[in-house]
Design a protein around this ligand. Structure first.
Ligand SMILES: Nc1ncnc2c1ncn2[C@@H]1O[C@H](COP(=O)(O)OP(=O)(O)OP(=O)(O)O)[C@@H](O)[C@H]1O
Ligand SMILES: [Mg+2]
Length: 543
């Protein structure tokens, strides 16, 4: 328990970031961010994977020191990280106690003061009044109940004795999310909170964020949540001046404004390019004149040539200077995802399940068959067995009853909900080794191997980084690249929108509509569900 409990500042709460810049490794991640948070703030941070969204949240929370600039905080802050570790031995109860440590400390302070008052201590009056103020500021009497309500509403583990490390990633995340929602700090900073929530969880989270009295900063790719909640949008994608684009007017207003700004920027860029080309041509022409000016022609006056040459040299220099002074200010264009050609096997049943169940994970028998070109959307609440079903299809799990048949030469590629990649190896090495192994095993014909760069999922400078130094979304992009590298006949995607940027999810959805491969997607993402509304659905029932 902390010795000095943090006391919420409520209406006075404020976080002010001024001219914030952060460099990670050799990358300048954030430049000149100015942002003010108040209890009324409903701010969303968006941008491509690896732009610095998580970095900005950590800088606001104080868990990362900016390279320059300042962050001033009045009040208390809770941050729900994108990925959460679980120290060995730590239980659900420990996580709850840690999250509401301050309100619990305030209650203990009040008990002590009350006991002193009862014992007739004169000074206890003042300390009782202070303790009561702290308890009220935290609404400490309700703290435990608030967490319990959130645990139940999010479908999180409610058995306080369970070890966090023994829970699935999603269940663990929901415990942490319930803890921060229940803790009632002045500011709530959430990093991709919807990744592990089902429909009920999403509804609870949305209602909670609307109603809470403190400020909210949200990093999310969930377009439905952004449209519903965000008032201010901080877009970390490149801008002409390198500073983030901050706009009011909600997500819809932001999209309009962005389209207009993008058009202006593109026109300015075209003018800049044209000017650059003109200067370059002018330099080349001057250089050519210089060369031909020096070439002695029979009967030419040598003295005249030399005089002219001096002028030409000056003219070349002047043009060179002009060209160098003319900078191109447009930043690197965004990556374009290029979905590879996947193969089709006409008339062949790639995989089929017949009355399959898995004890404790998928209790109602499932039968289905996949052939090339099939689409299937698997939905259902948390714990219904969606991941289990995908694992059965890719052969990673043996059923308790029923049978699975897979065509001998059919390749099944599966993007798991979370993948464990080796943190110390470089993304490009892992990809290259993966492709070599596929070729050596005869799974992939060398002629159909794709290169990492050609997929447009990772920039080459990121592909050269240690995986542990990549952002969560960049790691997930690598996982997707690994799956696509095998050119699967059947593609299984478990919550594909998790951690991926909005632009990539749009591109991926479009590619999935068109591929000749069989595609199975499990998702809670409301926009993704709308975009695949015509696909056959398999809705699994709650356990
Ligand atoms: N520990 C680290 N060391 C060096 N560079 C890092 C480290 N962590 C992140 N980076 C780099 O900092 C940049 C920003 O990372 P950050 O995690 O803030 O991005 P993000 O916008 O949250 O991405 P995502 O959408 O994938 O979650 C990325 O280019 C990443 O490669
Ligand atoms: Mg992030």
């Amino acid at each position: 328990m902390p010795t000095t409990p943090r006391i919420p500042a409520r209406q006075r709460a404020q976080i002010t970031a001024a001219d914030l810049s952060v460099t990670r490794g050799t990358t300048q991640v954030l430049t000149g961010v100015d942002l003010t948070l108040t209890p009324a703030s409903r701010i969303a941070i968006i941008g491509e994977n690896g732009r610095g969204k998580s970095t900005l949240l950590h800088a606001l929370a104080g868990s990362l020191t900016p390279t320059s600039g300042t962050v001033r905080r009045i009040g208390t802050v809770a941050l729900a990280e994108q990925e959460m570790s679980a120290p060995p031995g730590c239980t659900v109860g420990d996580a709850v106690a840690e999250a509401i440590a301050d309100p619990l400390a305030a209650l203990a302070e009040l008990d002590t003061a009350a006991a002193q008052l009862a014992a007739g201590s004169e000074e206890a009056n003042a300390s009782y009044a202070t303790a009561l103020e702290h308890v009220e500021a935290h609404d400490a009497w309700n703290a435990e109940r608030r967490v319990q309500i959130a645990l139940a509403a999010l479908g999180a583990e409610q058995d306080l004795t369970r070890e966090l490390a023994a829970l699935s990633v999603g269940r663990r995340y929901r415990v942490r999310l319930a803890c921060v929602l229940g803790a009632d700090d002045d500011f709530l900073l959430l990093d991709e909170p919807t990744n592990h929530l089902d429909r009920n969880g999403l509804d609870f989270l949305t209602a909670h964020l609307h109603e809470r009295r403190g400020g909210v900063v949200l990093v999310s790719h969930d377009r439905a949540l952004l449209a519903d909640l965000a008032e201010t949008i901080v877009d970390l994608d490149p801008t002409p001046d390198g500073r983030p684009r901050i706009s009011g007017g909600g997500y819809a207003g932001y999209r309009e404004g962005r389209a207009a700004a993008q058009a202006r920027w593109e026109q300015a860029y075209e003018r800049q390019q044209a000017e650059h080309t003109r200067l370059q041509d002018s330099l080349s022409a001057a250089q050519n004149r210089l060369v031909s000016g020096w070439r002695p022609e029979k009967g030419t006056n040598k003295h005249g040539r030399a005089t002219r040459a001096g002028g030409l040299v000056q003219s070349v220099h002047r043009r060179q200077e002009e060209l160098e002074a003319h900078t191109i200010s447009l930043p690197e264009p965004p990556l374009n995802f290029s979905f590879p050609e996947l193969p089709a096997r006409a008339g062949v049943e790639l995989v089929s399940l017949d009355e399959v169940t898995v004890a404790g994970r998928l209790s109602i028998p499932v039968s289905l068959a996949l052939t090339s070109g099939d689409r299937l959307l698997v939905t259902g609440p948390n714990g219904a067995g969606k991941t289990t079903l995908l694992q059965l299809l890719d052969g990673a799990l043996t059923p308790s009853s029923g049978t699975i048949r897979a065509a001998r030469t059919a390749r099944v590629g599966s993007l798991p909900q979370e993948s464990a990649l080796p943190a110390d190896r470089r993304a490009s090495e892992v990809f290259a080794t993966h492709v070599e192994v596929l070729i050596a095993r005869g799974v992939l014909d060398p002629a159909s191997a794709v290169g990492l760069a050609s997929l447009g999922l990772l920039r080459s400078r990121d592909a050269g980084k240690r995986i542990g130094d990549l952002s969560m979304g960049q790691q997930r992009r690598l996982s997707l690249a690994l799956v696509l590298a095998s050119r699967p006949h059947a593609l299984l995607l478990d919550e594909p929108s998790n951690h991926l940027s909005i632009a990539l999810v749009d591109e991926l959805t479009e590619a999935l509509q068109a591929t000749p491969a069989a595609v199975v997607v499990s998702s809670h993402d409301r926009q993704l569900l709308r975009d695949t509304a015509t696909w056959p659905r398999l809705t699994l029932a709650a356990p």
